[in-house]
Design a protein. Sequence first.
Length: 70
Amino acid sequence: MSTATDLVDPTLVLLTVEEAARRLSVGRTTCFALIRSGALESLTVGSLRRVPADAPAAYLARRRAEQRPG
């Protein structure tokens, strides 16, 4: 049975850090560390930190390319 937190809204343009962390299957602290290091794109909207909806997939694509042999 799905809960509201399990559902992904494909219409979102910006994600909270918690939503981005959930998509990456990492914790909130790890997600903030990725943001601080510049590995995961984010921006501020007023006083809020948001992650573009396509940034988690872009991060994973870069990591996969880095780990390919060759």
